[in-house]
Design a protein around this ligand. Structure first.
Ligand SMILES: *Cc1c(COP(=O)(O)O)cnc(C)c1O
Length: 391
């Protein structure tokens, strides 16, 4: 049997290679940081991590993780509801709810799991999910697992959302699902307008804050802060794997009955292991750091403004961004790969994205700014772009 299947896979893999879509892992041999070392020892400045607040190698987080490991051991060897819940897990859930101004929170092994387990326990075939066309793969998969009737609206298109909401009046309950920040363009979802439409058409709202928590909003508390909607959104999901330390772990936070129902019926929570104590402790330390003062969020905002300003000044075509994601538009797929390779030669680590990750003819280099970048590193990035593209 395997011989035939092997041939089949080999053919498919070759097709992927020939289409230029084969993904190679890029190996780093240093801690994750604004300056990293590649496997061959080459030092590069990193502009493609989700390390928005520079916490991936933060000393206080490392210390908190070490201490928890010494005091509470390595793993939980259990799902949450049997014997995988520690006091640290509960404290982290409370800290997350406090951070977002919500009523309760529930931890998952990843935000992929949070999104995979949020729709199915809450909605049935009598209900409707109205989903943004550019939502993250994990939201799409979560929606697929749920029997609710699906509606899709064009990215951030409020006229289209309204149309879909009108159709969805046929169902019992309605839930609008959106990313907080869309990761390819860096645009923030128009949550104020989404909320207005939700009120008008009797719907609830779910926002995934993975790229926005710690980043968006005056003090980095996410899109609900940006639009002055703290406590108003029924469901928020997010990750500990991006701005919040960059390790692993996800959560859903929101109305307390919703979280309570997820604890009863959400499959990735019921049937998957609890996050280890060290991750919970470092997560708790992350939230503590961000609530202590606003220096990291401020630095991220300053860095982003500086970088986008300099790139615009230099004449580059930048997608309007309200996050720490800066899409430098090149349109041509091949060009995006060449430019990314040449930037790597200049010591700048970025990724070129092209179809099918972004629409055809919309190839780009995505630059992710971090609070950990120094001015000099940001300047070096701009200078490298200028050199490579002759500007
Ligand atoms: C990264 C991301 C996820 C997945 O988060 P993990 O914790 O890494 O599983 C989910 N949703 C969005 C919008 C993301 O950007």
């Amino acid at each position: 049997m395997y011989t035939k299947f092997q041939q089949h896979l080999t053919t498919e893999l070759n097709d992927i290679r020939e289409a230029g879509l084969y993904k190679n892992e890029r190996i780093i041999a240093s801690p994750q940081s604004s300056a990293i070392k590649l496997q061959d020892g080459t030092p590069v400045i990193n502009f493609c991590a989700n390390n928005y607040l520079g916490l991936a190698d933060n000393k206080e987080l490392i210390q908190a993780a070490k201490q928890a490991m010494d005091e509470r051991g390595y793993g939980m060897s259990s799902v949450r509801f049997i014997c995988g819940t520690g006091d640290i897990h509960k404290r982290l859930e409370q800290a997350i709810a406090h951070f977002f101004g919500t009523e309760d929170a529930i931890l998952y092994a990843a935000c992929f799991d949070a999104n995979g387990g949020v729709f199915e326990p809450l909605l049935t075939e009598q209900d409707a999910i109205i989903s943004d066309s550019l939502n993250h793969a994990s939201i799409i998969d979560g929606v697929r697992l749920c029997k609710a009737v699906r509606y899709r609206y064009q990215n951030a298109d409020m006229a289209d959302l309204e149309e879909q909401l009108k159709k969805a009046q046929a169902q019992r309950f309605r839930l609008i699902a959106t990313d907080g920040v869309f990761s390819m363009d860096g645009n923030v979802c128009p949550l104020d307008k989404i909320y207005e439409l939700a009120q008008k058409y009797d719907a609830m709202v779910m926002v995934d804050e993975s790229h926005s928590a710690g980043v968006v909003g005056h003090t980095g508390h996410g899109v609900t802060e940006q639009f002055n909607l703290r406590g108003k959104i029924e469901i928020i999901t997010g990750t500990l794997g991006k701005a919040f330390g960059g390790a692993v772990g996800g959560f859903t936070t929101g109305k307390k009955e919703i979280i309570d129902m997820l604890r009863q019926r959400s499959r990735p929570y019921l049937f998957s292991n609890s996050i280890p104590p060290m991750i919970a402790a470092a997560g708790l330390k992350t939230i503590e750091l961000l609530e202590r003062d606003n220096s990291l969020q401020d630095r991220l905002h300053e860095n982003t403004k500086y970088f986008v300003g300099r790139m615009t000044e230099a004449g580059f075509d930048i997608k309007p961004t309200q996050s720490a994601i800066c899409a430098v538009m090149l349109y041509d797929a091949k060009l995006s790969q060449e430019v990314a390779a040449k930037l790597a030669d200049e010591g700048i680590y970025v990724t070129g994205f092209y179809y099918p990750v972004v629409p055809k003819g919309q190839a780009r280099i995505r630059v992710q700014v971090s609070a950990a970048h120094t001015r000099e590193q940001l300047d070096r990035c701009v200078d490298a772009f200028r050199k490579v593209l002759n500007k």
